[in-house]
Design a protein around this ligand. Structure first.
Ligand SMILES: *Cc1c(COP(=O)(O)O)cnc(C)c1O
Length: 438
């Protein structure tokens, strides 16, 4: 790594140069585009972000689970550099190129299930989810889509409709797309009953059969771990039951692995944890080290139903992004980042559980691999405590640790370090967090 792997603060956060840039941003970019931490980045790599003032911050965000292999990862840079000099675009639907096909072959091989698969490439997670619904509707001749409480699927009209949370994603942007139905998720920390997997499953099926009719459902779309909703790992057994229900009723089971994919959770894909095999899997974020790319991978018999020209887009599978994806997959494999993700979980979870003993504001510690969260409550209750999250984040940012919030109630701190973060930075970041809680 070319960037020194150390935290270094030379100004207050944000420093004067970043503040100047922030003022320009505010004059040029609409307020709808938020800013978590207003330091303007000039360079990044490993577990470090460098800013315009010369500060070096520890990265526990990975640009929202994107730079799993690290920023400007060497194999990604090398491939993209060569590609940008050779050609930058032809449109795969006009005159194709090999790297697109290679990425699809790789995803067909690496995603769960050994059935025959097809993949096509698009630009963003939302576009991938939207296309999965198009394929499911076409292949089944049905219209209804079932999604879950706490789910997040994107910001386009359809995926915003699929998303559970009103603020900030939906407020004022309706009317929403029709034929979308939301059912409960087995959220272990907040489920009122003793048996969240069984009870949430029974409620979901009851709602589907009463309100829609299983025979009208094209697709069930679910994140194997709800990301924006607060890193909610559904109670064990819930996902396999939902997948089985889909198989029994001719419903396309769509796994939205946009946030959980590419080694993040300590498996290449989070569905592997319970042996769930989706009919269609949507991927994006971690796929190409930050270049815009997303993929829809599904059973050949579903995907090949759609007529020629029915799917696509001008930029989908851009050659630079495809080369980046090949570099990402090589890096995950050759540097065994699946094992690195597990190791990160093994370091973080015990430290966070020890903090939970000391600080009653921490209601729950959860996650898998390098997708870890703490849910903050008013001590002695389960009442969400978003103010505490904001306070902890403010202190972490001031100390040069990039952390993000999440959660339906805004009361979750989430940690998504790059899988290549050196362990001394991971430990230092946890120390800053602990001090912030103190
Ligand atoms: C981020 C995200 C999306 C949307 O991806 P974009 O690339 O922002 O469109 C969809 N689903 C999940 C689970 C996500 O985390």
């Amino acid at each position: 790594m070319s960037i020194p792997q150390e935290r270094r603060l030379v100004t207050a956060i944000p420093g004067p140069k970043s503040q100047e840039l922030l003022a320009r941003k505010q004059a040029a970019v609409p307020t709808g585009i938020g800013t978590t931490l207003p330091v303007f980045v000039t360079r990044a790599g490993g577990g470090v972000l460098e800013d315009a003032d010369g500060n070096a911050l520890i990265d526990f965000g990975s640009g929202i689970a994107v730079t799993n292999v690290g920023n400007a990862a060497p194999r990604v840079v090398e491939r993209v550099r060569k590609q940008v000099a050779d050609f930058t675009h032809t449109c795969f639907m006009v005159t194709p190129y090999e790297s697109y096909v290679q990425v699809c072959e790789k995803l067909n091989q690496l995603t769960p299930g050994d059935h025959e698969k097809r993949t096509f490439l698009v630009n963003s997670g939302a576009e991938a989810v939207e296309n999965a619904v198009k394929v499911a509707r076409y292949a089944t001749g049905r219209q209804a889509v079932v999604v879950f409480d706490h789910g997040y699927h994107g910001r386009t009209l359809l995926t915003m409709t699929l998303t559970a949370k009103n603020m900030p994603y939906k407020q004022g942007f309706g009317p929403y797309a029709p034929e979308v139905y939301r059912v409960p998720l087995a959220y272990p920390f907040r489920w009122p009953g003793e048996n969240p997997a069984e009870e949430a499953y029974a409620q979901a099926v009851d709602m589907i059969e009463k309100q829609i009719g299983a025979g009208n459902v094209a697709a069930v779309v679910i994140e194997p771990i709800a990301g924006e909703g607060g890193f909610i790992e559904p109670a064990k057994g819930f996902l396999p039951k939902i997948a089985q229900y889909c198989r029994d009723n001719g419903i396309v089971f769509v796994a939205d692995e946009v946030q959980t994919g590419f080694a993040r959770t300590g498996d290449l894909f989070a569905c592997e944890d319970e042996g769930v095999v989706p009919d269609i899997i949507c991927t994006a974020k971690g796929i190409a080290g930050g270049l815009p790319l997303a993929a829809v991978t599904g059973r050949a018999e579903l995907m090949d139903k759609v007529h020629a020209g029915g799917l696509g887009g001008t930029y989908g599978g851009n050659p630079l992004a495809c080369e980046a994806a090949l570099g990402v997959l090589e890096t995950i494999e050759q540097d065994d980042l699946v094992a690195r993700a597990r190791r990160i979980g093994e370091i973080m979870l015990p430290r966070l559980r020890a903090m939970q003993e000391r600080f009653p504001v921490i209601g729950d510690v959860r996650g898998r691999g390098a997708m870890i969260a703490v849910e903050l409550v008013e001590p002695g209750t389960k009442n969400p405590n978003p103010a505490a999250v904001q306070e902890v984040i403010k202190r972490c940012h001031a100390e040069g640790l990039v952390v993000l919030s999440a959660g339906t109630y805004g009361n979750v701190l989430r940690f998504l370090p790059p899988l290549v973060i050196p362990e001394h930075l991971l430990e230092e970041g946890l120390g800053i967090l602990e001090k912030a809680f103190s």
